[in-house]
Design a protein around this ligand. Structure first.
Ligand SMILES: CC(C)(COP(=O)(O)OP(=O)(O)OC[C@H]1O[C@@H](n2cnc3c(N)ncnc32)[C@H](O)[C@@H]1OP(=O)(O)O)[C@@H](O)C(=O)NCCC(=O)NCCS
Length: 166
């Protein structure tokens, strides 16, 4: 399965064919390709990615359109904590705007609730408008701003959502 083999726009499957499943270690090369296509800084190393795919305190979800792995999201948990943390989310550039981000966020929220968490928190670059729009659309509230948060000195905004009771 290849992230870069997404169908040409004119041949795309409808958005309702986006499916979500748990990612597996076999997805690692494709997730690395999505990561490389989506982030210039603060990329997850292949080693960290492999570790997270096997971690009992992380859930990694893959979004597929037909045969194509078109996005992923990673959410972290801490034992004894009801706060879950969205660590990363990305959809492949030529499949954006088709509901993948929304479906992945829904999977992360459900996973958090299943683990007894009542809040999902995340940080996002202050200038990342598509991601901020996604989070705000889904009801995330801005709760903080941190200067010099990323490798390149960019500022972060912190968002949090109160999840419904499981
Ligand atoms: C952020 C990201 C994951 C969104 O994924 P996506 O698959 O395009 O998101 P969706 O199609 O599900 O969009 C859901 C909603 O988000 C908002 N949104 C997404 N992209 C947007 C854009 N470019 N401009 C404005 N709003 C946008 C809209 O409200 C949209 O709902 P709508 O389609 O009903 O208007 C994607 O842009 C991405 O991978 N970016 C690069 C990686 C990244 O920055 N990740 C976030 C790190 S914090």
């Amino acid at each position: 399965m290849s992230a870069l083999a997404a169908p040409h726009k004119a041949q795309r499957a409808p958005a309702d064919r986006v499916a979500i499943r748990a990612a597996t270690p076999a997805d690692a090369p494709t997730l690395e390709a999505i990561e490389a296509a989506s982030f210039t800084y603060d990329r997850l190393s292949p080693r960290a990615l492999a570790r997270n795919l096997r971690s009992p305190t992380a859930d990694v979800f893959a979004a597929t359109i037909g045969d194509v792995l078109a996005g992923y999201a990673m959410v972290f948990f801490r034992r004894g904590s009801t706060l879950a943390r969205l660590y990363s989310i990305a959809s492949v550039p030529n499949a954006r705007g088709r509901g993948i981000g929304r479906r992945l966020m829904d999977a992360c929220e459900r996973a958090a609730m299943k683990r007894g968490c009542d809040r999902l928190r995340l940080e996002v670059r202050e200038k990342n408008r598509p991601a901020i729009a996604l989070y705000e659309t889904l009801g995330y509230q801005r709760i903080g701003r941190y200067e010099n948060y990323y490798q390149d000195g960019a500022s972060a905004l912190r968002f949090e959502k109160q999840l419904a009771s499981p």
